[in-house]
Design a protein around this ligand. Structure first.
Ligand SMILES: O=C(O)CCC(=O)C(=O)O
Ligand SMILES: [Fe+2]
Length: 363
């Protein structure tokens, strides 16, 4: 499952950052091409389907299409905006923590969420920006000037990411032979959903105390579009004996992964792989790690259960009970369930996602 990548390949390093080390194990994710998907190449469709079944994570090369290049340029701009955002004084950032109103949009300070069953705390800050707020289809939340003044850029990034998600959903819909537009009709851009942009900052950790910055989890939604520059992201491949491996960041590529909703829709055919963020490996550990994410989620009122209409989706087994929960409630439970500032007795398992299903270990 692991391989050593050839780091003599300069193209695989980001020019202004310390290089990703060559002595750590990395996940051999498929590299798909947006250009080929857009051109309707059936072999690329098949690779997308395979990646969704096997690991639920893949690279998407954005350099071979106009759409991809414009998204890369928006992501570059948002990395800079993210740096400025987190430079604001803590008191100001705290004003945008809306969790007391049961909202996971806005700011999350460092160390307010547990990363494991022992209660260790996270080591990163988030700022979550709502799609619906940015596109003007829901109430506007207060926001710092650095975001407010860059709403156009955010909108462009959201539209660009959402279009990629739509394409992925169309291809998977087709491969599953579901009735036309089944998946995309549950992810309409103009409908109310928990879709969001997330800015993340993790400062360098003390050299003798480098730990998990973001605890192991599966993503709550459908499709995640992630931009990484420094390493640190790790995935746990399927199987009881599996060990954590790094996902090497690649210039010009997004990392795409599937979330819990896709596992539930397909009753476990697709994987939502467990991942976490460790301190960046090697000399990268001395740098501040920023990352940028677009999370696409089903519309708020979509029930997260097996879809009818595809012979490839396994049937519900005798004795298997599907939980009755919609997308909105699922996301709130998962996003806020591990916050020490909100929940008195955290039930780590209760706020879990589809981890067990994704590990493909029979219990
Ligand atoms: O920062 C990263 O690379 C991953 C972040 C992540 O997994 C998340 O926010 O859900
Ligand atoms: Fe994640």
């Amino acid at each position: 499952m692991t391989q050593k990548l050839n780091t003599e390949n300069i193209e695989d390093n980001f020019p202004s950052l310390p290089p990703f080390p060559d002595n750590v194990s990395t996940a051999p994710l498929l590299r798909l091409s947006l250009g080929k998907l857009l051109a309707g190449e059936t072999a690329e469709y098949e690779r997308l389907f395979q990646a969704s079944v096997d690991i639920g994570f893949f690279y998407l090369d954005l350099q071979d299409s106009e759409h991809g290049n414009s998204l890369l340029s928006d992501a570059d701009d948002l990395f800079q905006i993210g740096e400025r955002l987190f430079e604001l004084p803590l008191e100001e950032k705290m004003r945008y923590d809306f969790s007391a109103q049961n909202s996971y949009f806005g700011y999350k300070g460092q160390g307010v969420a547990v990363v494991d069953k022992s209660g260790n705390l996270d080591r990163n800050e988030f700022y979550n920006v709502s799609k619906d707020d940015t596109l003007g289809i829901s109430d506007r939340l207060p926001a710092p000037d650095v975001l407010h003044n860059n709403r156009e850029k955010l909108r462009s990034f959201i539209n660009g990411s959402h279009a990629i998600v739509t394409l992925i959903l169309q291809v998977l819909n087709d491969k599953l032979a579901l009735p036309k537009d089944t998946l995309t009709n549950m992810h309409r851009r103009q409908a109310i959903s928990g879709d969001q942009v997330r800015f993340i900052k993790a400062p360098p950790q003390p050299i003798d105390d480098r730990r998990t910055a973001l605890g192991q989890h599966t993503d709550f939604g459908s499709v995640t579009v992630l931009f990484n520059r420094l390493g640190g992201l790790q995935v746990l491949p399927p199987g009881a004996e599996a060990e954590w491996v790094y996902v090497r960041p690649l210039p010009g590529h997004a990392i795409i992964n599937l979330g819990d909703a896709m596992v539930k829709f397909t009753n476990g055919l697709f994987r939502s792989n467990i991942h976490r963020v460790a301190a960046p490996p090697g000399i990268q550990g001395d740098s501040t790690r920023y990352s940028l994410v677009y999370f696409a989620r089903p519309e708020d009122d979509v029930m997260l259960r097996r879809l009818d209409g595809s012979n490839l989706i396994p049937p519900i087994e005798d004795g298997q009970v599907e939980e009755e929960i919609n997308s909105k409630d699922w996301i709130i439970r998962r996003a806020l369930g591990r916050r020490v500032d909100l929940v008195k007795d955290i039930d780590y398992e209760k706020s879990a996602g589809t981890e067990q299903m994704s590990r493909r270990i029979k219990v």
